[in-house]
Ligand binder design. Structure first.
Ligand SMILES: [Cu+2]
Length: 179
């Protein structure tokens, strides 16, 4: 009888550890610009309700101009729609926002955080310049469902600039078959 309870108990432990950082509210929650979220109400839904929601894969391409307007960054993920909790890569294409010329030789970094949970990824991404304004970022992993913000920091001829991309990692993104 007791041995039959073990799988359920370990599943509960896993769920509890997943929810651990959600359970502790931030000491001073800043006002959020997201109209969908209620004050003091985390937008992350526990697994039980997520089961009835459609999977929310990451977008296949994200594109934005850096805060000071000198560079454009486009992000594409490999695989295109990485499931939660899997290691994936991103190709960043960086161009001059005015001339559209590829920005080679820039220092490019990419990180991702969950602002509501005040944590980042558990991996350390590595960046390799591929040439022609393309930078490959390997070792990304979004280990929890919910709102993640990618931040790209780059330094080029116009100085250091930053751009952020917001994504929502679905809880139950189906695992694609291995190639
Ligand atoms: Cu989190």
């Amino acid at each position: 009888m007791h041995t039959r309870l073990l799988p359920a108990a370990s599943a509960l432990l896993l769920l509890a550890s997943l929810l651990a950082c959600e359970a502790a509210p931030p000491p001073s929650a800043p006002p959020t610009a997201d109209p969908a979220s209620q004050p003091g109400q985390p937008d992350f839904q526990p697994d039980s309700s997520a089961a009835s929601q459609p999977a929310a894969p990451l977008p296949e391409r994200l594109e934005a101009t850096t805060h000071a307007g000198h560079y454009k960054v486009a992000l594409e993920f490999e695989p295109r729609q990485p499931p939660m909790g899997t290691i994936f890569s991103a190709i960043a294409t960086v161009t001059d926002a005015t001339s559209n010329a590829p920005l080679t030789g820039a220092t490019f970094k990419l990180d991702a955080t969950m602002p509501e949970h005040k944590h980042g990824m558990m991996t350390q991404p590595r960046v390799t310049e591929l040439g022609d304004g393309r930078y490959k970022v390997e070792g990304l992993k979004l280990h929890m469902p919910g709102r993640w913000v990618f931040q790209a920091d780059l330094e080029g001829p116009a100085g250091k600039e930053t751009v952020s991309f917001e994504v929502h990692q679905g809880a139950l993104t189906p695992q694609p078959p291995l190639p």
